[in-house]
Design a binder for this molecule. Sequence first.
Ligand code: GRF
Length: 187
Amino acid sequence: MASGSGSNFEALVEACRAGRPQAEVVVLVVNNPGCGAAQRADRLGVPWQLLDHRVHSDRAALDRALVTVFHERGVDLVVMAGWMRIVTPVLIGAFPDRLVNIHPSLLPSFRGVDAVGQALAAGVTLAGCTAHLVSEEVDAGRILVQAAVPVLAGDDRSSLAARIQRQEHRILPLAVQLAADRLAPQG
Ligand code: GRF
């Protein structure tokens, strides 16, 4: 699931194709027509579908449409790779412990929107990103992987966000592997 440029989506596709995690990205869902993520999917040869939030009556209706797509495609695990909509129990309940989000802060600090701006405003010297399971409280589910980066003198939102994103691309595939391992039957 992606709403924006799709760099995390692409990093995950590439990691899966390299065999780590041992998974296949079977479909991308975007909510914005013409977003960068859909263009990347075309380039990468990954099928994608548009579920435009503007044509659904409310959040739950959008999530019901998402669940339908994922069930049709036989999806085991769902990744919110820059999905800029709040999800509801409809989606969370359909994929318990199988819904992973990437957030650009060291949670539990700086939940919600503009996490990078919040970090700069707070004057922290360490920032970072968190891949976590999704729970009903926003940006609060079980943490899977985190990475820290320094905040450097002169950083602005864009320079710090770029540094954080490089780490997101590294930890998101690790988090998908960990989430899958947690689901695997214990031998
Ligand atoms: C990432 O920074 C992620 O943390 C946030 O949205 C951004 C998506 O970037 N939730 P991209 O579309 O993967 O390039």
